[in-house]
Design a protein around this ligand. Sequence first.
Ligand SMILES: Nc1ncnc2c1ncn2[C@@H]1O[C@H](COP(=O)(O)OP(=O)(O)O)[C@@H](O)[C@H]1O
Ligand SMILES: [Mg+2]
Length: 328
Amino acid sequence: MFHVKQPENPEPTASFSLDDSPIARELADLTARRRVLDAVTVTLSGRTRVITVSNQKGGVGKTTTTVNIAAALASIGARVLVIDLDPQGNASTALGVPHTADIPSIYDVLIDDFPIADIVQTSPESPNLLCAPSTIHLAGAEIELVSQVAREHRLRTALDEYLSNLEERLDFVVIDCPPSLGLLTINAFAAAGELLIPIQCEYYALEGLSQLLGTVRMIQKHLNPRLRLSTILLTMYDGRTRLAQQVAEEVREHFPQEVLSTVIPRSVRVSEAPSFGQTVIAYDGQSAGAVAYREAAVEMVRRDTTTEASAASNQHGTTSAPADEGGQ
Ligand SMILES: Nc1ncnc2c1ncn2[C@@H]1O[C@H](COP(=O)(O)OP(=O)(O)O)[C@@H](O)[C@H]1O
Ligand SMILES: [Mg+2]
């Protein structure tokens, strides 16, 4: 979690002991964090960062992270495309983008060589937030891809073409992967420069991670040497449980450079938002979940510049990216 300075004009507080209760402290903390976020300015890198959100475990928060990070980035002025690569189409739903079977989708791009420009829709949430939707047809794509020429590179080729013909550059492409390491996920790995792994703060959080990282190493060797694990985000964190704290500690021990300081709390607002066809940023932008995703987005933008700066000066460590500077 970000270290937050005391606000200059603290909210007036009543003078009875409830103020010292954990809930009162949490609310005061949230208010202070919102103020910091409202004052934050970020400098975008000027490049298009292609980030694939993957973890072959289901239900760890891939889709939730994809759409909410994308919406949070759009809300700070970035132009963002979400590619929904999961046949379930949950990312398309959460972005309020129609994706019934008759709608041109990422399936047509992968299998029938449609240009991405022909399938992209704008989310009603923001003109900065685009979506290449998935439809139910994508469920067959895993099998159909097997017999395609350059089957691992089809997304990358289509994306390169799309990005190079855009009039206005995108700052981010965020790809939501299905819960498997099949050809759809491999296409996402081949197209991306960065990998973001959401990890749910629950039992067995690290189970399967070595298989995922093994696949990434294979991709780096044979298909895409540019791919790097840039970000790990701890999701569904419940700070009241010892287990969540232990999982968070363990993941940070293993991946000190990659884990964001921001953790995403378990929050009802986050899980409700998709049923309204919205991200939590639009649904309740002041809620704890939305604030955390906005902080994570700021951290990802700032870390990128920090990474470049530290690579240039050959330093070790990229973990300090506080959002409490009010601008950079
Ligand atoms: N921070 C959170 N708080 C509460 N519920 C969450 C949170 N993140 C995800 N969920 C819920 O957990 C379930 C799985 O999340 P999802 O993003 O669909 O995972 P995945 O894409 O990895 O399968 C969904 O019902 C989602 O609404
Ligand atoms: Mg999903």
